[in-house]
Design a protein around this ligand. Structure first.
Ligand code: HEM
Length: 391
C-alpha cells in the first residue's frame, strides 16, 4: 500500500502536483528528489478571491503568529511589507523557496501549505484605512483569564501544513521578511491528527478525547458562503478570525467519570453521537427526557448552550490542539487554539460566547487565556498583494 494508500485517502484535498522549482529565484533549478506522487508535493493554489487557508480542509499542523508593527511603519511601508509577504507566501505555498531563501530545499514539500494573513485594529489605523466596527477586542467575559502574551496583535500570519518541517521553515522565512517592519508578539503551535492516521474527512478529537467539530459550517456550501465571507466593501471576499487560546485542565478532568464527561457536552465519547442518538451526525433531540423526567441532554450541556435558535449566530470552527511542556509539578499544559471565522464576529460569535459565559458545564475545566480578533482580507490575483483593497 504505502504511499499509494496515503494518496488515495487524501485525493480530495490535493489540488495539483507542485510545480518544479523555478530557475529565476533563489530556489534550486530542479527538485533534489523525485517528489512525484508523494504527499509532500500536494499544493493548494495561492491566488483566488479568498485566502486559501480559510476553507482548505484543515491541515495536520498550524502555527499562528501575531506581530506588532514598529513605530513609524505607515501606509506606504505596509504596502511594501504586504507585497513582500505575499510574494513569500505565493512561492512557499507552491513549493519554491522564498526570495533569497537560504534553505530552499525545505520549501519543496509544501504538503498543502497555506499562509493566511489577518489585520488587527492597529494595522488598519496605521494604514489610514476604514476599519469595520467589529474589529476590536471582544467584550470581557466572566470566564476569561486573558494574558497579554497570548492576546491581540497588529498582523496575524497563519502557517498551516501537513508537514511541521515545512511550517518551521516557512514561519522563519516570513519572520525574516517582516523583521524590519514588525516584531513577533506571540506564536502558537497547534496540531490535529497526523495526515493519513485516520480516514480523510473524519472529525478531529481534542485532548479531552472528545470528537470536536461535528456540527459546523461546511466549506463550499451556501451557508458557509453567506455566513463566513464578507459580501461587500473593501473586505469583500474576506472574513474575520476570532482566535481564543483555551486552557483545558486535564488534572480536574481526570476526576470526572465517563458519564459526567459525556453529560458535560451532551455527546458520547466513543462516536461523538448526541446522547439521544447513535451516530455522530444524528440530530440531537433536545426535548427528549429520561426515565426520571430529566432532559437527556442537560440544560447546561455545551451543545445545548452553544446552539442558537437564531441561525445567523453561526460561525466556522477550525481549532487546533495545543500541548506545551508542563511546568514543574504539572503533568500537562494543554488546550485548544479555538478559532472561528465569520463575516461579523460581533453579530455571530459574541452572542454565543456570552451564553456560554453565563452557563456551560465545560467552563469548569476550560479557561480562555488568550484572545484576538483579526480582519482576514480577501485573496488576490497574480501581480496583486494581500491587503491591496485596503491600502
Ligand atoms: C460543539 C468542545 C469551546 C461553540 C462542541 C462539541 C465539543 C466541543 C466536544 C461537540 C461536537 C461538535 O459539534 O463539534 C469544546 C471545547 C471547548 C469549546 C473542549 C473549549 C476548550 C467552545 C467555544 C465556543 C464553542 C468557546 C463558542 C463561543 C461550539 C458550537 C458547537 C460546539 C457552536 C456546536 C453546537 C451545536 O451542536 O449546534 N464543542 N468547545 N465551543 N461548540 Fe464547543
Amino acid at each position: 500500500a504505502g504511499w499509494g494508500a496515503a494518496i488515495a485517502l487524501g485525493a480530495d484535498a490535493i489540488a495539483s502536483p507542485a510545480k518544479p522549482a523555478d530557475t529565476t529565484g533563489s530556489g534550486p533549478a530542479e527538485p533534489t528528489q523525485d517528489t512525484a506522487g508523494l504527499r509532500g508535493s500536494a499544493v493548494v493554489p495561492f491566488y483566488g478571491a479568498h485566502q486559501a487557508g480559510v476553507s482548505v480542509s484543515p491541515q495536520a499542523h498550524s502555527t499562528y503568529l501575531a506581530l506588532d508593527l514598529h513605530e513609524g511603519v505607515d501606509a506606504e511601508a505596509l504596502g511594501r511589507l504586504m507585497r513582500l509577504l505575499t510574494s513569500d507566501a505565493e512561492r512557499l505555498t507552491q513549493g519554491r523557496g522564498a526570495l533569497a531563501d537560504m534553505e530552499p530545499e525545505l520549501a519543496q514539500n509544501p504538503s498543502r501549505l497555506t499562509i493566511t494573513f489577518g489585520f488587527g485594529p492597529g494595522l488598519l489605523e496605521r494604514a489610514g484605512a476604514a476599519s469595520p466596527a467589529w474589529l476590536a477586542p471582544l467584550p470581557a467575559f466572566g470566564i476569561d483569564a486573558l494574558r497579554a502574551e497570548w492576546s491581540d496583535g497588529d498582523l496575524l500570519i497563519e502557517v498551516a501544513s501537513d508537514d511541521p518541517v515545512t511550517i518551521a521553515h516557512a514561519t522563519r522565512s516570513l519572520l525574516k521578511s517582516a523583521r524590519s517592519f514588525a516584531t513577533q508578539r506571540w506564536q502558537q503551535h497547534g496540531f490535529r491528527h497526523a495526515y493519513g492516521s485516520r480516514p480523510q474527512g473524519s472529525t478531529m478529537r481534542n485532548l479531552f478525547g472528545q470528537v470536536d467539530g461535528t456540527v459546523n459550517l461546511v466549506p463550499g456550501t451556501e451557508d458557509f458562503a453567506d455566513l463566513v465571507w464578507i459580501a461587500d466593501g473593501p473586505l469583500a471576499g474576506g472574513t474575520s478570525l476570532v482566535i481564543r487560546r483555551i486552557a483545558m485542565d486535564m488534572e480536574t478532568w481526570d476526576d470526572l467519570a465517563r458519564e459526567g464527561r459525556e453529560e458535560s457536552v451532551g455527546r458520547t465519547l466513543e462516536t461523538g453521537a448526541p446522547l439521544t442518538g447513535v451516530a455522530e451526525h444524528d440530530e440531537p433531540d433536545f426535548e427528549a427526557v429520561g426515565p426520571l423526567g430529566f432532559p437527556v441532554i442537560a440544560a447546561e450541556a455545551h451543545i445545548r448552550r452553544a446552539r442558537s435558535a437564531d441561525t445567523s449566530q453561526r460561525f466556522y470552527r477550525r481549532g487546533y490542539n495545543y500541548d506545551e511542556t508542563p511546568g514543574p509539578g504539572e503533568t500537562s499544559r494543554s488546550g485548544l487554539i479555538f478559532t472561528t471565522y465569520q463575516a461579523d464576529p460581533v453579530a455571530q460569535f459574541v452572542p454565543v460566547q456570552q451564553r456560554l459565559d453565563e452557563l456551560d458545564l465545560l467552563n469548569q475545566w476550560t479557561t480562555p487565556i488568550g484572545s484576538a480578533v483579526f480582519a482576514i482580507p480577501p485573496g488576490c490575483r497574480e501581480g496583486g498583494y494581500i491587503g491591496e483593497t485596503l491600502f
